[in-house]
Design a protein around this ligand. Sequence first.
Ligand code: NAP
Length: 282
Amino acid sequence: MAATIIDGKAVAARVRADVAQDVAEFLAETGTQPGLATVLVGEDAASAVYVGGKQKACAEVGIRGFDHRLPADTSREDLLALIDTLNADAAVSGILCQLPLPGHLDGVEVTNRIDARKDVDGLTIASAGRLALGMAGLVPCTPAGVMLLLAEAGVEPQGKEAVIVGRSNLFGKPMAQLLLAANATVTICHSRTSDLGEVCRRADILIAAVGVAHLVKGDWVKPGATVIDVGMNRLESGLTGDVDFAAASETAAAITPVPGGVGPMTIACLLRNTLTAARLSA
Ligand code: NAP
């Protein structure tokens, strides 16, 4: 039987509409408009498109945008000074520094300069630590979006076997923490995992975040599983995921498409995090 398609575009549109309403209420209650500062260093075309998309999305929900674009040869001192200024600026609720940075700058150092209360990407050591300790804080946007998609699909993680392929700090590790907090039994796989297919076949919830087109085969999917494809691979034929969608949707109960699955959730959750950050500073 063909799987149900989890429509991330529709869920993301709903999240954005909810954020727009909540931003309006927050403004009415506090007299403060939430603000998101984006920092882009250099002229990387893809990064410029991402930052432009984030700023546009902010404007659409009533979040004020602060769009800082710096030359590629910006010094470490100048960049850290800008982050310090944004940390101290009451009009700025959230800060994100678009990665990757030019080679002479250390992305980890710069990210960690962001005040944890304004860390809307959830990537500082403080945010990762809070998540690992089960404390409230700002959670990375893409894994937060996946949790919303699972809820949308009616999947209750408690007691389920969840397998995540990919162990990045950006996605795999925080995803594991969120599923663990939701009482799933979590396995994280990576490039050294022996017999990846066998591990994937155990999964009630199978999440692929690798960056290798169609790595996850149809026969790696347990019948009735929920499959979440985070991968974004640009091929000549267009954008495709890490899962062989056609084959996997024969066996899975529900599956996210690429595009139109996880992707739209990331910006929606960034907007939500910015509102959460504004509430934290209020
Ligand atoms: P990453 O930092 O490159 O991490 C990739 C992970 O995949 C690593 O843990 C790596 O293992 C593992 N891996 C690589 N080849 C493998 C193989 N053959 N078998 C098993 N595991 C393998 O990537 P990322 O930032 O997490 O992103 C992963 C994908 O998700 C990319 O396509 C990215 O574009 C996409 N993504 C999408 C969104 C969105 O908004 N939709 C957001 C974030 C990421 P090792 O650790 O052993 O090297």
